[in-house]
Design a protein around this ligand. Sequence first.
Ligand SMILES: C[S@@+](CC[C@H](N)C(=O)[O-])C[C@H]1O[C@@H](n2cnc3c(N)ncnc32)[C@H](O)[C@@H]1O
Length: 220
Amino acid sequence: MSFSAAWEDAFRQGGHDSRWPWSDLVSMTKRHARTLDETSRVLEIGCGAGANIPFLLTTGAQYFAVEGSAAAAAKARDRFATLGAQIHTGDFIDDMPFSGEFDVIVDRAAMTHNDEASIRRGLAKLAAKLKPSGLYIGIDWFSTKHDGFRTGEATSDERTREHFTSGPFAGVGRVHFSDEAHLRDLFAGYEFLALEEKVTEVALPTRGVLASWNFVARKP
Ligand SMILES: C[S@@+](CC[C@H](N)C(=O)[O-])C[C@H]1O[C@@H](n2cnc3c(N)ncnc32)[C@H](O)[C@@H]1O
């Protein structure tokens, strides 16, 4: 099991209740997954409370999700009652309840909340569920340029940090930080159609550097 129980606590306390689709996810999907229709199948890993669902449904594709937090998954199912069991509560690293393959896997800031060994295991299992030429759309995979890479405590591997006492990662368990070479290594065998690093220097409300990767990787 890789899922961090910290997420369940965070959602139960009312945190991370995002409601609007994330704009980078919208633009990457619109740019690179243009041919989705009702015959397509999209899997979202770590859907949280379902912020991206309204947008992904507009593509016409059949939507499926695996989310570790029972509280978050329940919120998503409440909001999108017709999806029912297509939003599954489970650990997406090891637990894949859906049969068949997917055209697109969408991951906004979900896989990057696991340690390296789990990420490698999860990506290998997900690759087997992706159709040939299928897309893995990764949004907000945290970058080693993010302040959190220096403020968190090291864990079992050098790129995964935890026990943040303040900032955006306080109370969410593990956070994995990547640079370009590491992403290329994790997605070896895929072709990157897009790979963008977003570095934001924040002046207010708290001065600091936020940095993450957005990418689209195509399975051979
Ligand atoms: C930062 S939130 C993002 C939520 C959603 N993707 C969004 O964009 O609003 C990360 C989500 O990934 C889920 N998550 C992280 N690791 C997981 C795992 N191993 N199995 C299932 N869910 C996981 C968390 O429970 C949380 O809902």
